[in-house]
Design a protein around this ligand. Structure first.
Ligand SMILES: NC(=O)c1ccc[n+]([C@@H]2O[C@H](COP(=O)([O-])OP(=O)(O)OC[C@H]3O[C@@H](n4cnc5c(N)ncnc54)[C@H](OP(=O)(O)O)[C@@H]3O)[C@@H](O)[C@H]2O)c1
Length: 269
């Protein structure tokens, strides 16, 4: 099994659970300290930045004997009012979350196909409902929904099954990281927008803190990944969230746009 972005959060919990289940697990990391932590849990670290072709080539070489499961988990959250988000930050969200996942699948498919293996992509409820202040992140996760739908049908004839995990809020470092990154480009605000989005930033901070504090434990998501990898007939999608969040998400997808928009604005205060 290979899990990308295994240095922290969901990827780490997934790699750990798979190792505990007796699988031979490789975990993609970008820092020696993360590699060390994985080794201590019986997981083989691979230095793998999913945006770097040479890293993918090297990882492929390390796994040349074969691969059964690929968990394309590496991701970043890029947030903020769209007018203020720099193009470079938006591009990076797509680069890591969409093209990085695509490049990973593309690199490892030749190793998965002979084993009729599994691909698990890490989506999000942000791929089902785009909330304000999460535009770049949601755009990347919507794109991943499309990638998963196309891949699933393309690979089925070869016996390679594709699942998409759609977690709600999960308590991982991603929120603090995205807030920190956003603060770097939002403060001070770009010229001409001073004082315009001040209130939005407060809301963004509150939401990030709430997600980090009240999110599900990453182990819950790891369990869904395990199901997608082990089940004889894996589902196309695994929505992993508090039941209330699942209801909200489904409701927001069904409501006509004016009601949906009003409800979101009310919820965000
Ligand atoms: N937390 C949530 O609420 C939530 C909800 C839905 C979906 N997700 C998705 O779950 C996945 C994991 O996120 P997380 O919440 O566990 O956050 P996290 O703890 O920040 O983990 C993200 C992982 O991705 C790695 N990563 C980032 N850029 C990378 C790159 N270019 N190449 C390789 N690895 C890279 C990070 O490595 P470094 O430590 O080296 O940066 C880190 O190990 C993401 O795809 C995220 O969108 C999270």
């Amino acid at each position: 099994m290979l899990v990308t972005g295994a240095g922290s959060g969901i990827g780490r919990a997934t790699a750990r659970l798979l190792a505990q289940r007796g699988f031979r697990v490789y975990g993609g990391v970008r820092r020696e300290e993360d590699a060390e932590a994985l080794r201590a849990e019986g997981i083989t670290p691979l230095f793998l930045d999913v945006t770097r072709e040479e890293d993918l080539e090297r990882a492929k070489e390390a796994l040349r004997k074969g691969l059964y499961g690929l968990v394309a988990n590496a991701g970043i959250a890029v947030a903020g009012p769209l007018e203020l988000v720099p193009l470079a930050a938006f591009r990076q969200a797509l680069e890591v979350n969409v093209l990085g996942a695509f490049a990973t699948v593309k690199a490892f498919l030749p190793l998965l196909r002979p084993n009729r293996g599994r691909v698990v992509l890490m989506g999000s409820v942000s791929g089902l409902v785009a909330l304000p202040l999460m535009g770049p992140y949601a755009a990347s996760k919507f794109a991943l929904e499309a990638l998963a739908d196309a891949l699933r049908v393309e690979l089925r004839p070869f016996g390679v099954r594709v699942s998409l995990i759609e977690p709600g809020s999960v308590a991982t470092p991603i929120w603090e990281r995205s807030l920190k990154a956003a603060e770097a480009y939002l403060e001070p605000p770009p010229p001409g927008t001073e004082g315009v989005y001040g209130r939005y930033l407060e809301v963004a901070r509150r939401l990030a803190e709430r997600n980090a504090r009240r999110g599900l434990p990453p182990e819950r998501v790891a369990e869904a990944v395990l199901k997608a990898l082990e089940s004889e007939n894996p589902k196309a999608r695994y929505l992993v969230a508090h039941p209330a969040r699942i209801r909200e998400t489904l409701l927001l997808r069904l409501l006509p746009a004016p009601w949906r928009d009003w409800l979101i604005a009310w919820f965000l205060g």
